[in-house]
Design a binder for this molecule. Structure first.
Ligand code: BV8
Ligand code: ZN
Length: 258
């Protein structure tokens, strides 16, 4: 059932939220959109307009042209540092305070959930704020970030002090496995949850996109928050067609009026 926002918040969803014992919030790039962070599949802006993210976010792309791929990630990292969490991030941090058994699972590689106060965030696809050697996989410190707004189209990655290989971003690229421990924790939380909030994701990237269906198969109720339709809508008990920065604060205010 699709509810066109802004109001009223579906009363049965408010009840489900208030009485949830084990909630999972599952986020994608849309939750950071109102912070000004481009979503993953939005048309790439500026110098990146001619690349599809899928074409850049792979080990082969990095091996073929490390300077172009490293420049893209450093530009994204600087962009995230120049922005701030939005009301959606803060609402999710507030939700955890109300429902201590809840878990936050994200596909995002930014740190905006943490900067809003969320803890124990499960980053399925890694983080822009970690780096490791492309050759020997040793973790390595990141260099100082680019100046905000800088968009070099090429940037030489720093070298590993142990083997001299190029550093790569600590993200999961297409064709790479998700971190096994993070994936196992995400699956376990999803299988055990009673309410699954799916926020700001096109649900097109696997195996992450499997989680909402797993939750429903295990008996949880599913709510989707996304201004656009998603493949999950048919299985959802509620579809809130609104930006997360509006829908999540409204949901919390309805469930726990001050
Ligand atoms: C793997 C890090 C194999 C890098 C990312 C079936 C099973 C397993 C794999 C596959 C499979 N089918 C295909 C695959 C391969 C592939 C895949 O899924 N391809 C897709 C393109 C079909 N999967 C993989 O390669 C995965 N690895 O499976 O390994 C393997 C197996 C064994 C052994 C070895 C290997 C790895 C996938 C991870 C890729 N890395 N990110 C980086 O960020 O650069 S994925 C990338 O997509 C981001 O993490 C992003 O978060 C994620 C998902 O996208 P969304 O978050 O949903 O973002 P998107 O832009 O699509 O949508 C935004 C949504 O927000 C929209 O719906 C919009 O309407 C909405 N929105 C906008 N504004 C708002 C809003 N919502 C709310 N409020 C708003 N204001
Ligand atoms: Zn190395």
């Amino acid at each position: 059932m699709s509810t066109t926002f802004p109001f009223p918040v579906p009363p049965l969803l408010v009840d489900a939220l208030r009485s949830a014992r084990r909630l999972v919030a599952f986020t994608g790039a849309g939750v950071s959109a109102e912070s000004g962070v481009a979503t993953f599949r939005d048309a790439q802006t500026g110098i990146w307009a001619r690349f599809s993210p899928e074409a850049l976010a792979t080990p082969d792309a990095f091996a073929a042209d490390p300077e172009r791929v490293w420049a893209w990630y450093e530009t994204r990292r600087a962009g995230v540092l120049a922005t701030a969490p939005n009301p959606a991030h803060h609402a999710l941090a507030g939700l955890a305070a109300r429902l201590p058994e809840s878990r936050l699972i994200t596909q995002n590689v930014d740190d905006l959930h943490e900067r809003a106060g969320s803890t124990g965030v499960l980053h399925l696809h890694g983080s822009l704020f970690a780096a490791r050697c492309f050759d020997c996989a040793r973790p390595a410190p990141l260099p100082p970030p680019l100046a905000a707004g800088a968009q070099p189209d090429r940037l030489a990655p720093p070298r590993c002090t142990a083997c001299g290989g190029p550093l790569r971003p600590g993200v999961v690229w297409f064709g790479e496995s998700l971190p096994a421990d993070v994936w196992a924790a995400a699956e376990a939380a999803t299988a055990a949850c009673d309410l699954f909030l799916c926020i700001g994701t096109s649900a097109l990237v696997w195996p992450a996109a499997e989680l909402p269906s797993l939750a429903v198969r295990r008996g949880a109720r599913l709510a989707v928050i996304n201004p656009a339709p998603t493949p999950l809508d048919r299985a959802a008990g509620w579809c809130l067609a609104a930006p997360a920065g509006q829908a999540l604060p409204a949901l919390l205010a309805a469930a726990w009026p001050e």
